[in-house]
Design a protein around this ligand. Sequence first.
Ligand code: SAH
Ligand code: SF4
Ligand code: F3S
Length: 427
Amino acid sequence: MNFYIETYGCQMNVADSELVTSLLITAGHNVVNDIDQAELILFNTCSVRAHAEDRVLGRISNEKHRKKANPKIQIGVLGCMAQRMGKRLLDSKIGVDFVIGVDQYDRIPALLSAKDLQPHLLDFDSTQIYQDLMPVHQSKTCGFVTIMRGCNNYCSYCIVPHVRGRERSRPWQDVLNDVKKAGQDGLLDITLLGQNVNSYLDNEVDFPELLKRLETVDNIARMRFITSHPKDLSDSLIDVMASSKRICEHIHLPMQSGNNRILKEMNRKYTIEHYQSLIHKLRHAVPNVAITTDIIAGYPSETDTEFEDTISAMKDIGFDYAFCFKYSSREGTDAAMRTDQIPEAIRLKRLQKMIDLQREITLAKFRAQIGKEVEVYIESMSKKNKDQVSGKTRDFKIAVLKGSESEIGSLKKATVIGATAGTLICQ
Ligand code: SAH
Ligand code: SF4
Ligand code: F3S
């Protein structure tokens, strides 16, 4: 049967969609990129903020009409929202035929061949790591390799541990095989994925050791990893970053807040002083390292002064980029139970202030690169100009330069001649 899969949320979901694609192809089904050709439509969904869920619900409902035209069409919901809402999605009358949770994907083929007719399969399986499954990479340039699943951290605002289950690491040999396969497929840029890669552990192999063991794989030119939790970022990881030729000069290190009381309430288990000391060490060990982050505005009980601590930290640190979010209450989390929620208008005002500030900082960071030589990994044609190609620098900045389709997948040296707050213009 022809299937089409639409993916929302983080890279973990992108990687999971690749797994599901692989499973379905092995079972004799056929992936299509055009939804009109599909008899099976899958939505791999995200629950991290209410907005993410609302978007997908709207999107699924929009496709309901297809089932009237062709009753054979089936719509399935996978991912974090499937896990969170379960049967409620089936009951919602938006045309969903089945929901499958994050640890049950290997049962999809049987479900489709009607051997297993349960319309919702949601049990967590704390051992599920989809062993022996080789993902079908969607990109011809950048590969994602899951090194661990789940999360044990229970940050008080976050739904992820509730929808992804407990943390488990994949055997290091399996990770190595996936990275080798990606290298053989011609992907030069690999991102290792986990909710907190710093707590990776397979017997004696911890995360820095895993990176060392991946360093020798043929073809791979660039290696990255997301996400690092500041409480677990070790000196040995910083050492490996400093000595490796492949690990890119970039780290994504979510700060969440610049205020210690809020960090404590968020159950983040570090102080802003500790966070700043990590930045200092990283910048010392890896010159020109780009640092990106996630920050939340308007966590319950956050005062204006406490929010200003976040603004000060952003100014002090000068992130290359910050993903700024306004706090979104998620049913089932500790923070959602609180009675001191911040009014929506204040959350929005704080969010806007962070976005405006970060835009200025990012622009300054990008402009500071003018005149420098960078290495660009050409990933696609530029959307704006058909004589230009677009790619990323080692420090995770989007760059455009003159080029043609045949250069996609290659590494090119270029000089930065201009910058906006999101793109380096190179030649
Ligand atoms: N495991 C990763 C991130 C997972 S979610 C980590 O720990 O960093 C990505 C980001 O979404 C988080 O870093 C956080 O900034 C944001 N986020 C998570 N839950 C949120 C919520 N309820 N409201 C607003 N932002 C949230
Ligand atoms: Fe969520 Fe915290 Fe786990 Fe990240 S570390 S996924 S923010 S609970
Ligand atoms: Fe969203 Fe699930 Fe990722 S909630 S951010 S898709 S782990």
